[in-house]
Design a protein around this ligand. Structure first.
Ligand code: PMP
Length: 395
């Protein structure tokens, strides 16, 4: 076949390590072996039947044709109202682009913010697709590392230095954070806002976990003084309403950016199916209990984990404020995150993500998804802790 473009073949170049554990677990499952899966962020609850009923009603009523590209007016209005209410920043339909999931919004935001070949900053450890998304948009990812001693909050001095030396036009942040669970406090976000204004950066704020706050409060950088004009916010119903497979999310941005991004959507996704948008409108407006019902099991399992881990001192639980994961420090075992995850899979058929998969700042850590029924989850975590204690004793 003719040569593939370097743009497509280099998307995952230099990506995180440790994904072999995930694929090894998948291969074991495919071979019929029981594996306790605590790897990816897939809620174990399914989309609520009432949301599915609305999807079915809308499709049966004929909403199966091309939908308007930026999103239906009703859904854009509902998203704008939600963002206004939660952030305090007046947001209208003209600030909203409905996208096929948060992932598509991340790509669109970088297409809008970055020039071809230009630098884009991302805080690390980070969600796995970030570097590839930036490369897909034609830009060059630059990591800004964070440290466990600083709760994985970015240091504005590091951001300032990276922005100045790279000449970046954007900074991608994620709070509540995947993988660390960090919820950035006001002073961190104020520091980020100062750097963004000094260095004339777009802030691309991935807030797909904003309904999963266990401690503290979610603050969007868009709500800080002077920031609405330089912030793009990524939202999604994947995690808030257990709708990962429906591929529905949004991008919030200044009006002129949304106008330009509608052209991008016209030439790429051509919008989101109308019946999915109607189901999303229902999910956001019809029943206020839908959202807490999805978040509740994660809150409960996090509390169970705190109890289990308080009874031992090998595995460190990174203090976190949100998101559907535990971030665990396994450095006392003497193993890397990758080696620990691999050994745990071999010994106990429990699959977790090595921290290294999210960048070098997370070496020696593992990420555990809070996505199994309580009893199974507790048992797996106790086994993990016992396994770590045995390794630490031998180390
Ligand atoms: N951002 C983060 C931090 C995520 O963890 C995910 C999914 N795991 C996404 C974005 C993308 O989510 P979706 O495209 O399903 O909305």
């Amino acid at each position: 076949m003719p040569t593939l473009s370097s743009r497509i073949t280099s998307l995952n170049a230099g990506g995180g390590d440790g994904w072999e554990i995930f694929y090894k677990a998948r291969a074991l499952v495919a071979a019929g072996q029981p594996v306790t899966e605590l790897t990816i962020g897939e809620p174990d609850t399914k989309t609520d039947p009432a949301i599915l009923a609305e999807m079915h009603r809308a499709a049966s009523a004929g909403h199966t044709g091309y939908a308007v590209v930026p999103g239906t007016p009703a859904l854009r209005d509902a998203i704008a109202a939600r963002v206004t209410e939660r952030s305090g920043v007046l947001t209208t339909r003209e600030n909203v682009l409905v996208t096929p999931g948060g992932q598509s919004a991340l790509f669109a935001a970088h297409m809008a913010a970055c020039t071809p070949g230009g630098a884009a900053l991302m805080v690390e450890p980070h969600y796995v697709t970030y570097p590839g998304t930036i490369r897909a948009a034609g830009a060059v990812p630059h990591s800004v590392q964070t440290r466990p001693e600083r709760s994985f909050f970015p240091d504005p001095a590091d951001l300032r230095r990276s922005a100045a030396t790279s000449g970046a036009s954007s900074l991608l942040i994620n709070t509540p954070n995947n993988p660390t669970g960090a919820v950035y406090p006001r002073e961190t976000l104020t520091g980020i806002a100062d750097v963004a204004q000094e260095q004339d950066l777009w802030v691309i704020s991935d807030e797909v976990y904003d309904t999963q706050i266990w401690e503290g409060a979610h603050l969007s950088p868009r709500a800080l003084p002077g920031m609405a004009e330089r912030t793009m916010v990524i939202g999604s119903l994947s995690k808030s309403h257990a709708m990962t497979g429906s591929r529905i999310g949004w991008l919030i941005a200044p009006e002129a950016a949304i106008a330009a991004l509608i052209d991008l959507a016209t030439n790429t996704t051509y919008g989101v199916p109308g019946y999915i948008q109607d189901a999303a409108l229902y999910a956001l407006t019809a029943d206020a209990t839908l959202e807490p019902r999805v978040a509740e099991p994660f809150r409960r399992r996090r509390a169970l984990a705190q109890g289990i881990l308080a009874a031992q001192n090998t595995v460190g639980l990174v203090p976190s404020g949100g998101a559907m994961y535990l971030f665990l420090d396994v450095r006392a075992t003497g193993l890397s995150g990758i080696a620990f995850a691999d050994a745990l899979l071999d010994a106990h058929r429990i699959a977790v993500m090595p921290g290294e998969s999210f960048g070098p700042s997370a070496a020696g850590f593992i990420r555990v998804a809070l996505t199994l029924p309580d009893a199974e989850f507790s048992e797996a975590l106790s086994t993990l802790a016992g396994f770590a204690a045995g390794l630490a004793k031998a180390a």
